[in-house]
Design a protein around this ligand. Sequence first.
Ligand SMILES: Nc1nc2c(c(=O)[nH]1)N[C@H]1C(S)=C(S)[C@@H](COP(=O)(O)O)O[C@H]1N2
Ligand SMILES: [Mo]
Length: 508
Amino acid sequence: MTEATRSLAVADALVAVLAGVGAVAGSYAAVGLAPAFLGSPLERLLSRAMPGPVVAVAIERLGSVGQQLNLLLASLLTALALAALVWLAMRVGDQLRNRAVPVVLGAAFVWAATALVTVNFASATGAAAGAALVVSTAGFLPVATARIERGPDPVRRRVVGGVAAALGLGAVAITRSSPSTRPDQPLSADAPETVRESLELAAERSLDVAGIEPLVSRDFYQVDINAADPRVAPDDWSLSVTGAVESAATYSLDDLRSMDERTEFSTLRCVGDSLNGQKLDNALWTGVPTEELIDAADPGGDCDCVKLHAADGYYQVFPTEALRGGLLAYEMNGRDLPRGHGFPLRALVPGHWGEVQVKWLTEIEFLERDAEGYWEKRGWHGTGPVTTVAKLWAVNDLDDGRTQVAGHAYAGTRGVARVEVSTDGGGSWNEAELSDPLPGDTVEQSSTSSQTQSGNDVWRQWAYEYEHPGSRHEVVVRAVEADGTLQSGNRREAFPNGATGWVSQTVR
Ligand SMILES: Nc1nc2c(c(=O)[nH]1)N[C@H]1C(S)=C(S)[C@@H](COP(=O)(O)O)O[C@H]1N2
Ligand SMILES: [Mo]
């Protein structure tokens, strides 16, 4: 092999790899971050195959960054696999001494492979176009004379062309981003009065404190088993009620929307949330009480348990009794459920860990015998009620020289009655100011009505101001539940059944 042929071979390999990257970028430009994106199938495989303890550590230490890295790795490996196909097409082009063959055959290979793994026409076409763009720019079209006539400096031309095309595609891909719905955007004019009033009430009752979320979260956390959320077309979607029931049923979205609806605040917290983490948020949800569907189905089954299935392959099993008080929500803060939070329908199970609040819900299956859910198979125990927590999310220097500490407290359906703050490491305790309870809060219910309502599952904000002692000191917070129970001070990590302990922070 001469020096020239060797560097040509290296350039070919490089162009093939760039074409693989181009294919991945082309797929992304076509469908965005969706299950049909070329990197998604391998990413799903990798995340399903990952051992439970590894996932637990990844969630605790890396959070969603771990998921991004996984997607990046999957995309790179996919690009390399496609590069091999493109390289093959280039070799055939060599044999046939035809410069169009690598482009056309390479695109055809990439199209077929992408169609096979994503089952999506747009994704396959985007990937094929991306690969073809890179290969043709790299010097295999008749306009470039590189390969066969051995024109001037073919190696550099090919590589530079390939890099340019891959960069261009990457830029197109990156500009794709999905819009998010935020509660402070104006509501549509026909939004129901209950929604409008509830959101206004939440805004009024939110404490005027810097550095913490209002009572309705502006930025609602998201936890998913996949990097790409499913895109569910509402017209093709239905919810089926199956399994150990007297009467199975199927509901369209319109069926559900025409039933009696309920609007309520409900707070969610992930069982993987670290003690002072941010995977805790609150929203106003509208939907159908699960009770309606459960009664209509009349479930039997020995375990009195239910399995919820979702469009992303997620599933969870928990007691039917817990689902009884729940809601099948199609709206969040007065708008259609955002895609990231389960469009078109999600379950809300008051007072329970986030993992049973199944998004993109497709089936409610009543079981004969108990079974493990997605996370339980991976060692977590997150199907039960939440633990109580008081978060310390802000330390502010006030204008008058005093110090303010603040955060949110959440105790599920047990309700938060009080938050206590110590500024001397737990030696002495003082009561913090609390936001007034929102409708549905356990505390508000016991004081305003005797009627029991299921959706009593709302967090509260707390704030406390004090004179800075002039030296570093330890601030500790703890919540007291509505019935007087003090939050557990036992320090425990999130894995496997939720973090416990009092949050403490050194303030300088
Ligand atoms: N279909 C589906 N539902 C799901 C999940 C998921 O990955 N897929 N994640 C669960 C977990 S672990 C949590 S904490 C909550 C988070 O809900 P959010 O993303 O709306 O905050 O959704 C739950 N429901
Ligand atoms: Mo979770």
